[in-house]
Design a protein around this ligand. Structure first.
Ligand code: SAH
Length: 355
């Protein structure tokens, strides 16, 4: 059960069935669970007093027995270029995470963080610079979406778990988050509109394939040989490309969902003609899609984006080999909202917007 050290129940991370069981254990009628669930997950109220169809006695009981997780918006930046918004949220314990809203013609998409910091150590990524602090709870991932929907005043239709952290390194909380997010009594986002991106944790990828979900799996590949991948991503020392691609095949076989491969183009590192050829050979015949992301500069890192011409040639080469490929449109570059630019910011840094 979701209880903290003080024995309080963390109510926002409970799924509908858990909430029903818990409410009944308090001697309350079952229908209260649905009311409470909808107040939390559809109407996004700030406290129990706003749950106006609950008796005051029950509001007080809930207040005493539960831990109420909510995020505080510390900072919001809006891109002048494309309407992207980046949010800095403070968690109850003072840690900070970032989330990004992207506005597309097909709907509003929120990029969610899954951990404070990250353990994975990818060389080109800012999120991992100061290491890992802790996993986010399901409620803390949900709150990122709820806060942004409330702030925007429009429906969020898509969620990508591509913010700070490695989602499959926080597996159980991620799964709970997805089930809550797509529940018909909550925001009811379609599973098909949820994407989880991983650096390639093979056992968890296989487990995810067996969850009976219709979400999209995105795999951060970034290189076509183990040797090169190890230079960019420490996780490649643990799993070979062959093993990772087998896990992708398994995911596709079990779910019928096409895999998305992410490939960040780092100038002079993984963007040559031979790299494109090798990547095409690896992926040929797979039902997949490749997203090319010209690497975004991170101050402490020394990678730079491939030139436009190189990106075009890389794309053409893959297309010639029959691979489905797009160059990811950069969003929110002026506010550091792009891939790999999200990072932990402490209170002291939040005071200094340039830090
Ligand atoms: N940990 C997960 C999700 C977070 S990163 C993962 O590794 O997939 C989301 C995507 O942005 C990943 O493909 C990641 O490799 C990529 N990325 C990280 N830093 C980047 C940068 N500086 N420029 C471009 N893409 C980057």
């Amino acid at each position: 059960m979701n209880t903290d050290m003080n024995g309080k129940t963390e109510i926002k991370s409970m799924d509908f069935a858990e909430l029903q069981a818990w409410i009944e254990s308090l001697g309350q009628p079952r229908f209260r669970a649905k009311q409470i669930y909808q107040w939390i997950h559809q109407k996004h109220v700030d406290d129990y007093e706003q749950m106006t169809n609950l008796p005051a006695g029950l509001q007080n009981t809930l207040g005493a027995l539960t831990e109420w997780v909510s995020l505080k918006t510390e900072k919001k930046q809006c891109s002048a270029l494309d309407g992207t918004r980046k949010y800095l949220f403070a968690l109850n314990d003072g840690n900070m995470v970032e989330s990004v809203l992207m506005r597309y013609h097909h709907g509003n998409s929120v990029c969610v963080s899954s951990q404070v910091g990250c353990k994975m150590g990818c060389r080109f990524c800012a999120s991992t610079l100061d290491g890992w602090v802790r996993d986010l709870k399901p409620s803390e991932m949900l709150e990122q979406v709820y806060r942004i929907e409330k702030d925007l005043g429009e429906r969020i239709s898509h969620v990508v778990v591509m913010g700070m952290g490695e989602p499959l390194d926080n597996y159980d909380n991620l799964l709970k988050f997805i089930r809550l997010l797509t529940d018909e009594n909550g925001l009811h986002i379609s599973q098909r509109n949820v994407t989880v991106s991983t650096c390639g944790l093979v056992p968890q990828m296989k487990k995810l394939a067996e969850e009976d979900l219709q979400i999209t799996l995105a795999l951060s590949l970034h290189a076509s040989s183990d040797e090169k991948r190890k230079e960019l991503m420490p996780v490649a020392n643990q799993y070979t490309i062959k093993e990772v691609l087998e896990a992708c095949d398994y995911y596709f076989a079990r779910t019928g969902r096409r895999i998305s491969f992410e490939y960040s183009l780092c100038g002079g590192v993984n963007d040559s003609d031979q790299d494109a050829e090798a990547l095409g050979t690896l992926l040929r015949g797979k039902n997949c899609h490749v997203n090319l992301i010209p690497v975004n500069a991170v101050q402490e890192r020394h990678f730079f984006a491939s030139e436009q011409k190189v990106v075009r040639e890389f794309k053409n080469k893959l297309e010639k080999l029959g691979i489905n490929v797009t160059v990811r449109r950069e969003m929110g570059r002026d506010i550091d909202g792009a891939c790999g630019q999200l990072r932990r910011r402490y209170q002291k840094n939040a005071e200094n917007p340039d830090n």
